[in-house]
Design a protein around this ligand. Structure first.
Ligand SMILES: Cc1cc2nc3c(=O)[nH]c(=O)nc-3n(C[C@H](O)[C@H](O)[C@H](O)COP(=O)(O)OP(=O)(O)OC[C@H]3O[C@@H](n4cnc5c(N)ncnc54)[C@H](O)[C@@H]3O)c2cc1C
Length: 540
């Protein structure tokens, strides 16, 4: 079947794919095809920050992976929602702008040094990418840029619960920080968001939209890539299906760049015969290259809620229904202010409960509602309340992505093993204990009736571990499933220039490439990976 030819094909128009594709057009002058399985990013639910809570619970803009039963979690299978829309995670996420800490990238660099064409992944090397993309409206210094297309700003609205949370933590001795991306992560305060005046600044808006009239960029939506076309050990194109199920081919004169996210990119590699030989054989797929690292090393940030019921009508409960919805909608429309400008996670903290002077081990988010994932919502009924979630920022647990079958339409088998490693469980329990103290400290303590999850009367290690096993969920950051690694590392799928080892003209630029996860949210790092990938392709 004949197919159209482009210079580069980007598989997946998500956070990293949009950045890589757009730069190859805008700066490289190349003809680029972005194939995106999901929908257009133009929808009010996606533009308005609170839309995230509707999407997490069931939306066409999401794909809901369900894990295989997790034995160490008493057999629970939990959701991992992933974006299904142009802009990927950046179109559906909570918009918190975080990069992690310098040590995250310096550790990648230490791992990758040696025989990798000198590609530098140190903090000093990645910082210019973050800065160049950033359009911050408050911070301008050696760490923050103001001229980039990714609009970053302070929350447009701060709920009382968020303020009380921060004030209680200060009362406990945690310093206030005005910048979680500053020289030290430790502290409590208000996050910055990828947002301006209540409107989301996604990778689709920031990078692809400015090129919408550029004939060199072709974006095809509702087009799902099934596999790569490989000839003479080089990726020359892809096979994809459009929304009507019709099969097509497209060819790349230059390279194919995989950016379908950490749960799908390894699936596409395996469906193309690139992966662990035994596993491919078991599914009747001819193995072109035995790459044992494909689908290994899955790492995600585990998150566990502490939920309390309010003693008054505090927080965001019912702000999206009835007359309050009308009032809030009008305020947003007329003045661009009010609760509609907030994604609901304004306040947070980074802390090391075991060693206050050490690097933070826990990130916390304050969500002024009863906030539980789909599979846990039946546990308690919706009411006025507040949830503090605790997240282990450098988890040691590792999981896998495997094929369910050789059918491209089948979702992959995902086993993230959240909290399986004893150190992760220990860190999580310490985090839960720390933030339970916040609920017992004024002013937060003055506004909650009682903490319901976990039961504060049963706060010994065994009870808290049980709570963690019951409620642990993804922080929506799966990463690492086709990681970079040094020469001679048999599980390294990529070299330090994001090239697939053993296959020419093929790169991966999404979070799959991460050797280890950064300490913090992952959207800005995904965009940094896309930006660096474009540089590598352009030979910079
Ligand atoms: C609900 C939620 C909340 C989050 N909150 C935050 C936050 O507040 N701050 C933060 O920094 N990060 C947050 N994240 C995480 C962050 O958004 C992601 O880590 C980031 O978007 C990952 O980028 P990526 O390029 O690796 O993958 P994605 O952005 O997921 O992109 C993958 C793209 O590939 C497409 N695709 C999949 N399969 C195919 C196929 N077969 N063919 C073609 N296209 C395909 C998908 O539709 C998707 O658009 C959140 C994520 C979610 C889901």
């Amino acid at each position: 079947m004949a197919g159209q030819e482009f210079d580069y094909i980007v598989v997946g128009g998500g956070s990293s794919g949009c950045v890589a594709g757009a730069r190859l057009v805008a700066e490289g002058g190349h003809r680029v095809l972005i194939l995106e399985a999901g929908h257009s990013h133009h929808h009010p639910l996606l533009d308005m920050p609170p839309g995230i809570f509707k999407m997490i619970n069931g939306s066409k803009f999401m794909r809901y992976h369900t894990t295989v039963p997790q034995e160490h979690l008493e057999g629970r299978a939990h959701d991992i929602p992933q974006a299904h829309v142009l802009g990927g995670g950046s179109s559906v996420n909570a918009q918190v702008y975080m990069r992690g800490r310098p040590g995250d990238y310096d550790a990648w660099d230490a791992l990758l040094r040696g025989g990798n064409d000198g590609a530098d992944w140190s903090w000093q090397a990645v910082l210019p990418h973050f800065r160049r993309m950033e359009g911050n409206n408050r911070l301008h210094d050696e760490r923050h840029g103001i001229a980039g297309p990714l609009l970053v700003s302070d929350p447009g609205h701060i709920d009382e619960f968020s303020r009380w949370f921060v004030q209680s933590l200060q009362a406990l001795g945690l310093p206030f920080t005005h910048d979680f991306n500053g020289p030290s992560q430790t502290g409590c305060g208000f996050y910055q968001f990828m947002n301006r005046r209540g409107k989301r600044s996604s990778a689709a808006y920031a990078f692809v939209e400015p090129l919408k009239n550029d004939p060199r960029l072709t974006v095809r939506l509702r087009c799902e890539v099934d596999r790569l076309i490989i000839e003479n050990e080089a990726a020359i194109g892809v096979v994809y299906r459009d929304a009507g199920g019709q099969e097509h081919q497209a060819f790349a004169r230059g390279e194919v760049i995989l950016a379908a996210g950490s749960l799908v990119t390894p699936k596409l590699m395996m469906l193309s015969g690139l992966g662990p030989a035994d596993h491919l054989k078991a599914h009747g797929i001819a193995c072109r290259l035995d790459l044992p690292g494909v689908g290994e090393n899955l790492v995600d940030h585990p998150e566990v809620p502490i939920t309390a019921i309010a003693n008054g009508r505090h927080g965001y409960f019912k702000q999206g229904v009835g007359w309050r919805m009308l009032r809030n909608g009008l305020q947003f429309k007329l003045f661009g202010t009010g609760p509609v400008t907030s994604s609901g996670v304004e306040a947070g903290a980074l802390v090391n409960p075991d060693d206050p002077a050490g690097e933070p081990s826990i990130q916390a988010f304050c969500v002024p509602i009863v906030y539980l994932d789909r599979d846990m919502r039946r546990t308690m009924k919706d009411t006025y309340g507040v949830t503090i979630t605790t997240v282990v920022v450098k988890p040691k647990s590792r999981g896998t992505v495997r094929l369910r079958s050789a059918d491209p339409a089948a979702m992959p088998l995902v086993s993230p093993n959240l909290l399986k490693h004893g150190d992760d469980m220990r860190a999580m329990v310490a985090g839960q204990r720390y933030f339970l103290r916040a609920f017992a400290t004024s002013p937060l303590a003055d506004h909650v009736e009682r903490v319901v999850l976990p039961d504060p009367r049963e706060a010994d290690d065994a009870a808290l571990q049980h709570h963690c096993r019951r409620f642990v969920k993804t922080n929506y950051h799966p990463a690492g499933t086709c990681r970079m690694g040094p020469d001679g590392d048999h599980a390294a799928v990529l070299d330090a220039r994001l090239r697939v080892r053993g296959v020419a003209r093929l790169r991966i630029c999404d979070l799959s490439a991460m050797p280890d996860i950064n300490a913090g949210n992952t959207n800005a790092p995904a965009m940094m990976l896309g930006d660096r990938c474009a540089d590598f392709v352009m030979g910079r």
